[in-house]
Write a protein that binds this ligand. Structure first.
Ligand code: NAG
Ligand code: NAG
Ligand code: NAG
Ligand code: NAG
Length: 537
């Protein structure tokens, strides 16, 4: 459907040409706008998808070329196959999105993608435990992520207050999707206008303290969330990102991989061409204001607008001449993500439990009371940010096929045989810890070092979106909130800014400003009150 309507601008110009051959007056040929997007992750794919839609709505013909240096679409949203089995796909990076993530949720519906809803994999074992390297300070049982009675007993009203604060934060953030704030030319300004600067300017700890949330709840529950989501302690992450960690309602993922959303976005219009394994080495601004892009293979092509949809610091790009604004380096976390498979459960003794007590499915971590946050977040005595069972499956490569668990670990250091031996309470060899052994304790393992997201230090200003005339940058948002959704929002915002400029140039100002950004989606995203902490607690 989208394809046929997207074709309309061209159909109408073709019709104009035909009528000219009938002797009627010819309309001037419309030269399509040429847009280059560097990066086919969430931001680049969303920019392409929304640009094609907005341009179509304004009747502007365009050609979008998306250049991706990897062989896959989705950037940090990508999947791997346990046991190298192509039928088993699990998320390597960004694993879930939530129901207030309107762009991703809408796209899921628009593309008719099926979602996996997270369920308890194992009966009779606690769902979540929070480990501080000495003891499990808190354990929650089945029936959702949170055990209400237990929360209340341990933390009093703090969870209720935190939940209210989180909702207020999310409501403010959602204004960034709507007029009059959307589209925004300055991230610093819009964050201020929607009222989030107070929270980005403070640490999560200060922010919650100011709002009267008991430190025990903050340091155990909230900090466990900031560590699993952003490898950061509460004293170093800013208040908005800490609140985002609590917004877990309606967590979902796409069957087969979240990258499918981005793949569908890129194939949503005939005017988007995606070039994989295509690294851009240089962007040069021409005298006429257009940009020539040179690939590492030496190919040159020319564009009216360029969207840089990847962190500049990792792109090895030369921008010549230097743009008006050069974005700052973003302080990325270097995270070690380890996936492995084994038929064994975690060893209760390694988590301070009696031998007959099962280890929770999700082990999150926090600091002990005497431990420092550290300037770079300190992992503390726990030694890792999380270990969880993400799925299970059958290892058909073993000499006798066997059912196994699929685990994921987030840690600041590479996981080795000593770590695995300790948490499983079984001897794991060096070889197995590196490569796995189909019949061994670790049957398959994948080590991934990734610049996963920035250290979200408190700040009140953010980088520029428009680096120069015709040159745009989506990654500034990562220092505000780093999620697939916010990257997609940043791409959509740039798409709208570009189309608005085109409309202005064409003197059709009324069209562009009035575009389909009506706020007619569910005005109360919290009507399924957040599972963990109910209002009526
Ligand atoms: C959506 O997908 C389901 C199954 O995957 C299919 O039965 C249904 O017809 C699809 N709907 C549309 C509108 O494409
Ligand atoms: C990927 O791109 C590089 C650089 O252009 C090229 O040398 C290489 O052959 C490409 N790989 C494949 C498999 O096409
Ligand atoms: C820029 O690209 C255009 C079209 O590919 C080409 O004709 C022109 O020579 C290029 N300019 C430079 C300075 O390379
Ligand atoms: C989501 O979809 C609804 C219904 O089609 C639409 O009104 C709304 O604007 C969309 N929201 C976003 C953020 O795309």
């Amino acid at each position: 459907m989208r394809l046929t309507t997207a074709a309309l601008p061209f159909l109408s110009s073709a019709a104009a040409l035909r009528s000219s051959s009938n002797g009627e007056s010819a309309q001037p040929a419309i030269v399509p706008k040429r847009v280059a997007i560097i990066g086919a992750g969430a931001a680049g794919s969303s920019a392409a998808y929304h640009l094609a839609q907005f341009a179509q709505d304004s009747g502007i013909p365009l050609q979008i070329d998306v250049f991706e240096r990897n062989w896959h679409i989705g950037g940090r949203s990508t999947t791997i196959n346990p046991w190298f089995d192509p039928d088993q796909a699990i998320e390597l990076g960004a694993s879930i999105f939530v129901d207030v993530n309107h762009i991703l949720v809408n796209a899921t519906k628009a593309f008719n993608l099926s979602t996996n809803n997270r369920e308890n994999l194992l009966a009779n074992i606690p769902e979540v435990g929070i480990w501080n390297g000495k003891e499990l300070v808190f354990t929650m049982n089945e029936g959702g992520w949170w055990d209400l009675a237990k929360l209340f007993w341990r933390y009093g009203y703090a969870p209720v207050k935190a939940n209210k604060l989180m909702r207020e934060t999310v409501d403010k953030f959602l204004q960034m999707y709507e007029r009059p704030h959307f589209p925004w030319r300055s991230l610093s300004d819009v964050v201020q206008l929607v009222g989030l600067t107070e929270a980005t300017g403070l640490t999560g700890e200060q922010y919650m303290q100011n709002k009267g949330i008991a430190p025990k709840f903050a340091n155990e529950i909230v900090q466990a969330s900031t560590r699993v989501n952003y490898a950061s302690n509460l004293g170093t992450i800013h208040g908005v990102e800490a609140m985002v960690c609590l917004a877990t309602n309606g967590a979902m993922s796409i069957a087969g991989g979240n990258w499918r959303i981005f793949e569908h976005m890129l194939s949503s219009s005939d005017y988007i061409s995606t070039h994989l394994n295509h690294t851009i080495a240089q962007i040069s601004k021409q005298a006429d204001g257009t940009y020539n892009l040179t690939s590492i293979a030496g190919r040159v092509s020319s564009f009216d607008e360029v969207i840089l949809a990847a962190p500049l610091q990792f792109s090895n790009l030369v921008i010549d001449p230097a743009p008006e604004h050069t974005p700052d380096e973003i302080p990325y976390v270097k995270l070690h993500v380890t996936h492995f498979t084994t038929p064994h459960k975690l060893d209760p003794l390694a988590f301070g439990l009696e031998a007959d007590k099962p280890v929770p499915e999700y082990v999150l971590t926090t600091l002990q009371v005497d431990e420092d946050y550290g300037s770079k977040p300190n992992v503390g005595r726990a030694g890792f940010f999380s270990i969880s069972i993400v799925s299970s499956g059958v290892n058909v490569h073993a000499s006798k096929p066997r059912s196994e668990y699929i685990y994921k670990i987030f840690s600041p250091k590479r996981i080795d045989y000593q770590f695995l031996s300790r948490v499983l309470g079984l001897q794991v060899s060096k070889e197995e810890a590196e490569k796995g052994d189909v019949d061994g304790t670790i049957s398959w393992i994948n080590h991934w070092d990734v610049h996963s997201y920035p250290y979200e230090y408190p700040r009140v200003t953010f980088d520029e979106i428009k680096l120069d005339e015709g040159l745009w940058y989506t990654s500034a948002i990562e220092s505000f909130i780093s999620t697939m959704e916010t990257s997609a929002l940043s791409g959509k915002n740039v798409a709208q800014l570009i189309v608005n400029e085109w409309n202005k140039q064409a003197g059709e100002s009324s069209n562009g400003e009035d575009m389909k950004i009506e706020a007619n989606w569910d005005s109360n995203p919290w009507n399924n009150a957040q599972k963990p902490i109910k209002d009526d607690l």
